[in-house]
Design a binder for this molecule. Structure first.
Ligand SMILES: Nc1ncnc2c1ncn2[C@@H]1O[C@H](COP(=O)(O)OP(=O)(O)OP(=O)(O)O)[C@@H](O)[C@H]1O
Ligand SMILES: [Mg+2]
Length: 284
């Protein structure tokens, strides 16, 4: 089965290359809104015509599927252990939007045999069916996060305006800068009153990062504090779908438009290059 998939992929990769952009959504402090931003931005990009894959990188507490109200039946373990087709593991949330559930299966990536990892990555990333891949890197600054950030073209750093979250955001940028990932960091400030507070938060963070790390981050945008977000979380429906015109949803739409506008500035990769990057990260 996996051999067939790999063969099919090799064929696809020989075809004129399709470009893919990979975003890693990260934060210093947990609970700042990464998963909500990932799923809702993913839906917005999909509604704009992009084919999107969301990867739940949260090994301990995978929750993109919970936020989306879709239970995941299979895990990556099924791929590694019994060669279950990737298509049976992916959650097809809506046309052109798939979710790869996380869970403990992701842990086995590092320990699997090289060939299996290569096949997994080629069959998923190299399948040519996605324009955008967003990785919800989950909570915690660890090796996994560095891997996700280094494989991505763009790092989306999420923070809230509280000083503790900003300090943790700074620490994360510091770590990323050691790994020379600092040039691709775009900030989303979540849970603000509006543009003014987002701008102030950005400026404060950018200033310390400039002073102490000699680096720069860019403000991608913000999502306002909106009670409808909490409401949507308890209903297990992404807020963009449950409340399309609520403030947070309009902010997500603006963020999505900015991402699409900036696509040309972003470094897109051909499939072959991308598969190579992933393989490097996952140690094969
Ligand atoms: N813009 C917002 N307005 C109001 N509440 C919000 C907003 N964004 C997030 N929240 C609240 O914060 C909670 C945590 O959000 P989310 O699960 O997306 O964070 P996370 O960064 O993915 O957390 P973790 O680090 O645990 O994975 C949500 O369940 C919601 O209640
Ligand atoms: Mg999360």
């Amino acid at each position: 089965m996996m051999k067939d998939q790999a063969h099919e992929l090799k064929q696809k990769m020989l075809q004129p290359s399709k470009n893919v952009t990979v975003y890693a959504v990260v934060s210093g402090k947990g609970g700042v809104g990464k998963s909500n931003i990932t799923i809702n931005l993913g839906i917005a990009l999909n509604q704009s015509g992009k084919s999107v894959l969301l990867i739940d990188g949260d090994l301990g507490m995978a929750n993109l599927d919970i936020l989306a109200g879709v239970a995941s039946r299979s895990t990556l373990m099924d791929f590694f252990e019994s060669g279950k087709p990737i298509d049976d593991i992916l959650i097809h949330y809506q046309d052109g939007l798939d979710i790869l559930p996380g869970g403990s299966g992701m842990l086995s990536l590092q320990n699997s045999q090289d060939e299996v990892i290569k096949e997994f990555i080629t069959s998923l990333i190299g399948s040519g069916r996605y324009d955008v891949i967003m990785i919800d890197a989950g909570a915690g600054v660890d090796a996994k996060l560095i891997s996700f950030a280094s494989v991505a073209h763009e790092v989306i750093l999420v923070t809230v305006p509280e000083p503790t979250a900003m300090a943790d955001a700074y620490s994360l940028v510091k770590i990323l800068s050691v790994f020379e990932i600092k040039h691709r960091i775009h900030l989303i400030v979540n849970q603000v009153s509006g543009q003014k507070q987002a701008q102030e938060t950005y400026e404060r963070l950018d200033k310390v990062i400039g002073t102490f790390l000699n680096a720069k981050i860019e403000l991608l945008g913000y999502v306002a504090t909106d009670m409808k977000v909490r409401d949507a979380v308890s209903r297990q429906i992404p807020f963009l779908i449950a409340y399309p015109v609520t403030l947070a949803s309009r902010n997500i739409t603006t963020l999505c438009d900015r991402m699409l506008e900036r696509n040309s500035e972003f470094s897109w990769s051909s499939l072959g290059d991308l598969v190579f990057r992933f393989i490097k990260v996952f140690g094969a």
